[in-house]
Design a binder for this molecule. Structure first.
Ligand code: BGC
Length: 738
């Protein structure tokens, strides 16, 4: 639609009709008969029939047939026949599920994440959706927070690169094009800094850290063109994000230049009352719209109060108009005025959902996200060696390998480890047994859908364990597939213990008594305390929540068909007492000297300062040697560049892929600077015996930071450079910025 027509449309709308464009309801409001809705959920929520008939968008429903029906009936009743927008969380896949975002961080591969987002967008678009509530780009440092799984990790540069790639993958060049959906960067802002890792608490971050670390990835996502942004549940500067004028008007719209649609998180404007910020619903509505939050998700706060606030002269109608304009503009960008059904098409659903290409991509991605944490040489396993392998653990034959944020995923379509292993291992050389439940029997977890606790008796559990031990005794090697329950990570799943559930640890201990050749395959949505597993197993393969093709990908890696190349996107602590632990921490005035026990140093008495596994770490089946870094100049100026070079050699006997990482430290600054910061990475594949020169260009803009006077810029002086295959490896060389 032409801009002037859109303007005319806005001018022609009644106040309540405008307000309702800013209201988002759930799909079920349109799927049941009006009477039961009005007496049930609508009454409970405080929305009227008119609100329902005019609400600008819905969340939570999908399927071409369903959404076309809703759209048709809705548009017939909507006074100006304005189409509705359909939104949903398609986070790491629609029906074909790709690895969880934290896992995708470990692939260090923006191109791959872009392809996964693009495939997810295609499945979502043909299912009738217009907007996905992704990517989630919150920076995370605290493994207790369950939502670390939805993030790409602890580093602003890596998460920024992946944010941009995902936005482009979802939206393409033009979000109205076939197979594309609008991306929504979330949760703005600082949600990942939830205090003590407890969901929905305040983010106690200094303004400086906020700007230097937390805001960066949102900015990348916005610069990549994200059509939407979602607010976060937390407070920032002690004001709830969804009513935070400074955050939304000054920072998001002003400094970051975001001019798209800003949606509240689920009920977040209303929650500002419980926060003790807005005195009542009317105040919450006024606060939300003043902050420029365009859509109120799933409450009656806007629906029930905005019109009256305008009529009473408490807020200017221009505030409402401004938000409605943005919503209409987005509908226009999606091409909905011309084609309200966009790509919703039952035939296309059949063609693209879980198609061979998407499955192949899911398999490729899941394998590339695996991180080999330990290996004494036991891996890879050779299926033709004649050795007996016992696959033990509750994840051996489990299809649910998705995260809790993949509720649209087709779990039944997943390939289990057992099914995949049977394709390559001989039946008479393998056994497959669960050995234990995932959780303690009876333990309750709450998901989006009903959760049934595992109901097994003590006797049955003992029997499972006994059988597993027998199988382990008879095998040469045990592959032990264990980990968190998928509902132990995601929203509202903070954990104070970072452990693998007890029945599975008991299984590990019992198996270890009879067979020392244990390969642990670890499923989890967050860094865990792996000390015991590290001490017990001969190899540990981190597979995260790998998705639909998890089984194939894991067997590909276990057998060496794919050589692992993933690197941790988040540091793994020794134990929970060490969190938050992240590689780009500030320097201290009292650093410890390795192996020198000194009293008054910055340290723990009982664990080292460094994490058990650092950011950027991950092994391969081959060995890589990285030569010392050379710089082609020891001095950098505002308009020159330095080339940092290394030679990477594959010194092992198989081909492999290495993620070569560039870190820089500003040695002295007007404020204290981090120990090092990731500034670039390159993924290279080398045949056995092959070498390649890898070069990074260092220039002055890369060295800019928030200085003591609150301006952004670089400062002359000494810098250190590492080029290595982990944040904890390599020797630094120095240069000077003049
Ligand atoms: C979550 C968001 C999500 C929204 C809609 C909220 O509870 O925090 O991440 O997009 O629900 O499903």
């Amino acid at each position: 639609m032409e801009r002037n027509e859109l303007k005319k449309l806005l001018a022609d709308m009644s106040l309540q009709e405008k307000v309702d464009q800013l209201v988002q309801l759930a799909g079920f409001f349109y799927l049941n008969d009006v009477e039961s809705i009005l007496l049930g959920p609508a009454k409970e929520m405080g929305v009227t029939e008119e609100n329902i008939q005019q609400a600008g968008s819905i969340l939570g429903s999908y399927g071409a047939e369903t959404l076309k029906k809703i759209q048709k009936e809705y548009m017939e009743k909507q006074p100006h026949h304005i189409p509705m927008m359909f939104m949903l969380d398609v986070i790491h896949g629609m029906k074909t599920v790709f690895p969880a975002p934290l896992a995708q961080g470990a692939a260090f591969d923006p191109e791959l994440s872009g392809r996964c987002a693009s495939a997810a967008a295609l499945e979502a678009a043909v299912s009738g959706l217009h907007v996905t509530f992704a990517p989630m780009v919150d920076l995370v440092r605290d493994a207790r927070w369950g939502r670390v799984m939805e993030s790409n990790g602890e580093d602003p540069y890596l998460t920024g690169q992946l944010a941009a790639a995902q936005v482009r993958g979802f939206q393409g060049e033009d979000m109205s094009a076939f197979g594309k959906v609008c991306a929504c960067v979330k949760h703005f802002a600082g949600y990942g800094a939830a205090e003590a890792g407890r969901d929905y608490t305040g983010a106690q971050v200094s303004d400086r850290s906020f700007q230097e670390y937390y805001l960066k990835a949102y900015k990348e996502g916005i610069d990549a063109g994200a059509g939407m942004v979602m607010t976060s549940f937390n407070t920032v500067r002690d004001i709830p994000a969804s009513t935070n004028v400074w955050l939304m008007r000054d920072v998001l719209r002003g400094e970051m230049g975001f001019d798209g649609v800003l949606i509240s998180d689920y009920g977040a404007i209303m929650e500002t009352i419980a926060h003790g910020y807005s005195e009542d619903e009317s105040a919450a509505a006024a606060n939300g719209i003043k902050a420029g939050v365009d859509i109120d998700m799933m409450t009656n706060i806007y629906a029930g109060h905005l019109a009256k606030l305008v009529e009473d002269g408490k807020i200017p109608v221009e505030l409402v108009d401004e938000s409605v304009w943005r919503v209409l503009e987005l509908k226009n960008k999606l091409g909905l005025f011309e084609n309200p059904y966009k790509d919703a098409d039952e035939e296309a659903e059949k063609k693209y959902i879980l198609c061979d290409e998407h499955r192949a991509l899911a398999r490729e991605a899941a394998a590339k996200c695996c991180v080999l944490l330990e290996n004494d040489g036991i891996l890879p396993l050779d299926p033709k060696s004649g050795k007996k392998v016992a696959f033990i653990g509750p994840y051996v034959n489990r299809k649910q390998m998705n995260s809790s944020w993949a509720f649209t995923g087709d779990v039944e379509a997943s390939v289990t480890i057992e099914a995949a292993a049977k394709e390559v291992f001989a039946d008479d050389k393998t056994t497959y047994l669960a050995g234990s439940p995932v959780l303690n029997p009876g333990q309750m977890l709450v998901g989006f859908f009903d959760f049934k606790p595992e109901e097994i008796t003590e006797e049955q559990q003992k029997e499972m364990l006994a059988q597993a031990v027998e199988a382990a005794k008879a095998a040469d090697t045990v592959v032990l597939a264990i980990g968190e329950h998928y509902l132990q990570s995601g929203e509202a799943t903070s954990r104070a213990m970072l452990d693998v559930p007890e029945p599975q640890m008991a299984l590990l201990r019992e198996v270890a008594k009879v067979n020392e050749n244990i390969v642990v395959v670890l499923f989890n949505g967050r860094p865990l305390d792996l000390r015991e597993i590290k001490a017990t197993a001969k190899a540990v393969l981190e597979v995260w929540l790998p998705g639909t093709e998890g089984g194939h990908a894991i067997v590909d890696v276990l057998t060496g068909a794919v050589n692992p190349s993933g690197k941790l996107s988040m540091s793994f602590p020794h134990c929970v007492g060490q969190v938050p632990v992240y590689y780009n921490a500030f320097t201290t005035g009292r650093p410890t000297i390795p192996n020198v026990p000194e009293r008054f140093k910055s340290k723990y008495l009982d664990i080292p300062n460094d994490p058990l596994y650092p950011f950027g770490y991950g092994l391969s089946y081959t060995d890589f040697a990285i030569s010392p870094v050379t710089l082609d100049n020891a001095v950098l100026t505002a308009d020159s560049e330095i080339r940092a070079k290394v030679t990477v050699s594959n010194t092992g006997s198989v081909s492999g892929t290495e993620v070569v990482q560039l870190y820089i430290q500003d040695a002295f600054g007007s404020v204290v600077r981090p120990k090092k910061e990731l500034k670039g990475f390159k993924k290279i594949t080398l045949a056995a015996g092959e070498s390649q020169e890898v070069e990074f260009v260092i220039d002055e803009p890369m060295l800019r930071f928030l200085r003591a006077d609150d301006t952004v810029g670089s400062e002359p002086g000494l810098f250190r450079v590492w080029v290595a295959n982990s944040s904890a490896a390599g020797e630094a060389v120095e240069f000077e910025l003049k």
